[in-house]
Design a protein around this ligand. Structure first.
Ligand code: HEM
Length: 292
C-alpha cells in the first residue's frame, strides 16, 4: 500500500485523472511515478488503468483489474464511465504545496496526457459530506483496513489495491428541503452523531442498507477516502474507494441502482448524480519502487 492511502485528516486535496494521448506513454508514466516520489509535504497516491499498467508491468497486472463500464439502473439512473489512465490523489494541509503539485503534473503531462479530471476537495467540518452527515464512520478500522483494501498475498498486485473513483454532484437545495428525520432515513444514520439506525427504523432503501452488504456470508467492506468539493457552479462528493477485490464495489453500485434482487434504488440517488467513474490499480510502495 502507498503511504498516502492511510494518512487521514489532511484538509486539502486534489484528484487528477489523466488520459494518455500518445501511442507510447511509458516514459511519461515512469516520470510521473518518479516525480510523485520526490515531492515533500504532500501525500500522493498514484494509480493506473489496466491499459496503463499493462504498458509498464504486463507480468504483474492484477487478475480482476478492468475498465469501468457505464451502469444503468431503475428510474433512469445511470453511472457513466469516464475511464482515464492515471489517477493521482494528493493531500496536504498546505494549499500552496497543492498548487505547486498540480502545476508540476500539468507541465509534465503536457502533450502526452489529457487532463480529464482536476478536482480539488476539502474537509468539511468534522469530516462531513456537504449534506451534513459524517462520511467514513462505517470504514474498517486499523488492521481491518488492510483486509478490506489490499489485494491478498499470493495474487498478482498483492499489497496494492483496486481503486474506484466517482464524482457526484449534489442537489443540496432538494436535500435540505427534507426534514432531518427524512434525511436520516435517506442516509441510514443520525445526522448529529452518526449513529446507525436500527431494526425497523432502518429503511431498506437507505444508503447504508444499500452499501452494507454481505455476499455468501462475506462482508463487502471497502476503505473510503472521499472528499467534498464546492465551487460557484457545482458541489458534491468525489468518491474514492480502495478494495481487495472490485466485486465489492460492483455489488454496491448495482445495489444503489436497484439492480440486485428487484429492489428499489438507493434514496441518495434522488439527490446526487454521478458524473464520472473509473477503475484503477494502486500498486504497493514496493512495486512502484521497482519501476524506478
Ligand atoms: C453522493 C455520494 C455519496 C455520499 C454523499 C455518501 C455518503 C455516505 C454517508 C454519509 C455514509 C454513512 C457514514 C459512513 O459510514 O461513512 C456512507 C456510508 C457508506 N457508503 Fe457512501 N456516499 C456516497 C456514495 C457512495 C458510493 C458510490 C459507494 C459505493 C461504491 C458508497 C459506499 C458506502 C459504504 C460501503 C458505506 C458504509 C456502510 C456500512 O455501514 O458498512 N457510498 N456514505
Amino acid at each position: 500500500m502507498q503511504k498516502g492511502t492511510l494518512k487521514e485528516g489532511n484538509k486539502h486535496c486534489v484528484f487528477i485523472e489523466l488520459k494518455s494521448i500518445t501511442s507510447n506513454p511509458i516514459a511519461t508514466f515512469t516520470q510521473l511515478v518518479k516525480n510523485t516520489q520526490e515531492i515533500h509535504n504532500v501525500e500522493i497516491v498514484i494509480a493506473f488503468s489496466k491499459a496503463a499498467w499493462n504498458t509498464i508491468n504486463p507480468d504483474w497486472t492484477p487478475e480482476k483489474l478492468k475498465d469501468f463500464e457505464t451502469l444503468t439502473g431503475k428510474k433512469g439512473y445511470s453511472m457513466p464511465s469516464t475511464q482515464a489512465d492515471i489517477m493521482l490523489w494528493a493531500h496536504t494541509n498546505s494549499k500552496s504545496d497543492l498548487f505547486d503539485f498540480t502545476e508540476s503534473i500539468k507541465s509534465l503531462s503536457e502533450g502526452t496526457m489529457e487532463v480529464l479530471m482536476n478536482q480539488e476537495g476539502f474537509i468539511y467540518k468534522d469530516s462531513r459530506d456537504l449534506t451534513g452527515f459524517v462520511d467514513g464512520t462505517g470504514n474498517p478500522k486499523e488492521e481491518k483496513i488492510i483486509d478490506a483494501a489490499c489485494i491478498p498475498q499470493g495474487e498478482k498486485g498483492s499489497g496494492g489495491s483496486y481503486v474506484f473513483t466517482q464524482k457526484w454532484n449534489h442537489n443540496l437545495k432538494k436535500f435540505n428541503q427534507e426534514s432531518i428525520h427524512t434525511q436520516e432515513k435517506i442516509i441510514g444514520r443520525t445526522k448529529v452523531d452518526s449513529i446507525e439506525l436500527e431494526g425497523d427504523a432502518m429503511p431498506k432503501d437507505s444508503h447504508v442498507s444499500k452499501t452494507d452488504l454481505k455476499i455468501s456470508g462475506e462482508a463487502m467492506k471497502i476503505y473510503r477516502r472521499s472528499y467534498p468539493f464546492a465551487n460557484q457552479h457545482e458541489n458534491g462528493l468525489y468518491f474514492l474507494a480502495f478494495a481487495c477485490d472490485p466485486i465489492r464495489i460492483d455489488v454496491q453500485l448495482e445495489s444503489m441502482l436497484g439492480n440486485l434482487e428487484n429492489e428499489t434504488p438507493d434514496r441518495l440517488m434522488e439527490f446526487s448524480t454521478p458524473v464520472s467513474g473509473a477503475y484503477y490499480f494502486a500498486p504497493s510502495f514496493e512495486d512502484l519502487n521497482k519501476l524506478l
